[in-house]
Ligand binder design. Sequence first.
Ligand code: SF4
Length: 431
Amino acid sequence: MNPSYFITTLGCPKNQADSREMERSLRKRGLIPCDSAEKADYHIINTCSFIEPAREETIQTALEAAEIKTSNPRQKLILSGCFSERYPDEIKKDLPEVDFIFGTGNFDRAGEIIEEQFRLKPETGYGTPSLKDKQQHYAPLKISEGCNRSCTFCSIPQFRGKFRNLEKNKILAEASLLAKEGVKELEIVSQDTVSFGNDPDDLLDLLEEIQQIQGIEWIRLLYLYPDRKTEKILEGIKKRKLPTLVPYFECPIQHASDRILRSMKRAGSASFYSRLFSLARSVSQDLEIRTSFILGFPGETEEDVEKIIEFIQSHRIEKVSLFRFFPEENTAAALLKDMVPEETVLERMNEVRRIYLDLLREIHRERMGKVYKCIVDSIDGSSILARRPQDAPEIDESVILPFREGIGVGDIIPVKITGYNEYDMTGIMEC
Ligand code: SF4
């Protein structure tokens, strides 16, 4: 019997894409999927190291996995990804239960690497990279790796490296394979999506080719850095026919005070972001915007936070993520003076969240009675969980509607919005 594996994935949709690439490689080398970490011969944790809470979750997960190993001593525990890339020596010293680590660069060779490291001889020969048995109806599709930008709060370039495009034919091959495996919705992901290719037209060309793939019904762009490239992409989207591109603009601006944006070394300004968001709204009238803000950046004042609140309200932003600033190791921001006390940061986050939720209630009221083509994410005995094109999987709102015979996961159905609670909505099938 060939050895089995189980992958635990932490972190962002990019990590999910990496885990999928790893899994294809493991299967190709004959390793077989196991339905539990306890029983697997190889337990791989694809780690995250983005900010302090993410690292704590990685360490906690590794310690729990080490505990699991005590009941399956033959098991090999492997750490891959961002945390492994960033802290190889610390893992060796502080997590002796970990048998092997590899970083962020070789997910497509994970099978060979593990085969070599543990001298595996797959008894029943090699397998196929198909994941048909476990594919969901949506999946992240990575188009590039790394980042050349230098946001002063961000450590990602330290362990994801410089920006590099993935080969177009490999991206399209993976998109086709996903479609064959039943995927209908693709989330285009990378650290810096708008830097794909040599100019913005390359990303638009890629979107046009992806939408030719049979079975792909929705395409969503994620991680659009707020600069001129994004402006050109929005203008290009307006000129081209991209019916599968969902009305969704995800663009993390991180702050709305120009003074803080300069200190973060972010491109643009609040007035440029305003123009960008207005341009995004002109792409399609039912487009919704997701953005994120970092609160508590060194030197931040109440006036700076006011600017965030004004920006959210004046642009009626539908989806807002709030992050607390963490002085990340080896980043320029960690050396800045005027750190904001934790208590003050949490007060500011609560205040911005309160105001955002007031706005979201108004936005929910405007959605009442509207009909959206929703994709079915899950079904249990009594209800269906669906999602509008304006909502990203595992990040944004869902619509809960009564169970209906004959509806399947991945189906796209017309849903009328009938109610809402804090984030999610309720609805009925309209037909
Ligand atoms: S764009 Fe900035 S925040 Fe995003 S990965 Fe690059 S350096 Fe980090």
